[in-house]
Design a protein. Structure first.
Length: 297
């Protein structure tokens, strides 16, 4: 192990030195084994779940499963894929700006000890702990019934936006706090204002943390069922036309739930789970690549 100048590292601990240290401190050895066992169990559980889904669902993914139309003979999941993409984009379009700008205000503009800041943080923490079924009932009573939007993409997207808003806001706030104050002081010293400092210095440095929150929000949107059943409905169609936002549709998670609950298309439900798993992995991989490029840039 060498540093950037080609010199040998002086802080490298050999295996023999580590073994002697553990023999002198048995408690450290016990904690090391417990931590390793926990990591091993976590990785094994994840691999088991992924392997089980792939084994049960991968053999049941014929090309006909991706046809444009859904019917009782061929339970195509293509309409669910399109609806999932539309629901994700619409929810992020509503929640991401609100969450990011709220976090910017709390970190960069609000005074310390402000009562409004404490109220917003308590509210966000309370919202993040509410079960999704409660959000679904609220969305049905408010968006579907009171606003007369019916079971539609817009009702589901607004409900999901409320659900993921605390997540995006808190992760963005922590990402902004992780930016060193020296960056801000250097920008102010060069004559830049607060607005230019926030958008030219602070936000680019906090992009990886913000994207991490967006990735978690996408995962919650894609995997949500309870809230969308009461707001977006379960109609297996591709919303289109000028009234697409006010049409009902089912996401991949709802499609999988409906197929498994009916008990007639269990194999197709497992195939949908495989597609859903691959979709989430692709989204996470793409977001990680984008975050890495932005960080290098």
């Amino acid at each position: 192990m060498r540093d950037i100048h080609g010199l040998p590292a002086v802080n490298r601990v050999s295996l023999r030195q580590r073994a002697r240290s553990y023999l002198r401190r048995p408690l450290s050895l016990l904690l090391f084994l417990l931590v390793g066992l926990a990591a091993l169990l976590t990785a094994a559980t994840l691999l088991f779940i992924i392997g089980y889904i792939l084994v049960r669902g991968a053999p049941h993914i014929p090309p006909s499963l991706f046809e444009l139309t859904y019917n009782s003979v061929n339970v195509s999941l293509f309409p669910a894929v399109v609806t999932t993409v539309m629901m994700t984009l619409l929810s992020l379009l509503i929640a991401a700006p609100l969450g990011i700008f709220t976090a910017i205000y709390l970190v960069e503009y609000a005074r310390r000890g402000n009562r409004l800041v404490g109220l917003v943080r308590i509210t966000s923490e309370t919202l993040s702990g509410i079960p999704s079924i409660v959000y679904g009932l609220f969305g049905m009573l408010f968006f579907v019934t009171a606003l007369h939007w019916g079971f539609s993409l817009l009702s589901g997207a607004c409900t999901l936006a409320i659900m993921i808003l605390p997540l995006i806001m808190r992760t963005t706030e922590e990402a902004l706090k992780s930016v060193p104050d020296s960056f801000r002081e250097a920008s102010f010293g060069l004559g830049a204002g607060r607005l230019r400092t926030v958008f030219k210095v602070v936000l680019p440095s906090a992009v990886p943390g913000i994207l991490a929150g967006v990735i978690l929000a996408i995962g919650r949107i894609v995997g949500e069922t309870a809230a969308l059943i009461y707001t977006a409905g379960t109609v297996a169609q591709i919303p289109g036309g000028k009234d697409a936002l006010f049409l009902s549709g089912r996401t991949l998670a709802i499609h999988m739930y409906v197929l498994s609950s009916e008990g007639l298309h269990t194999n197709e439900a497992y195939a949908t789970a495989v597609v859903l798993l691959v979709t989430v992995l692709l989204i996470n991989t793409l977001s990680a690549v984008v975050a890495r490029r932005l960080t290098k840039g």
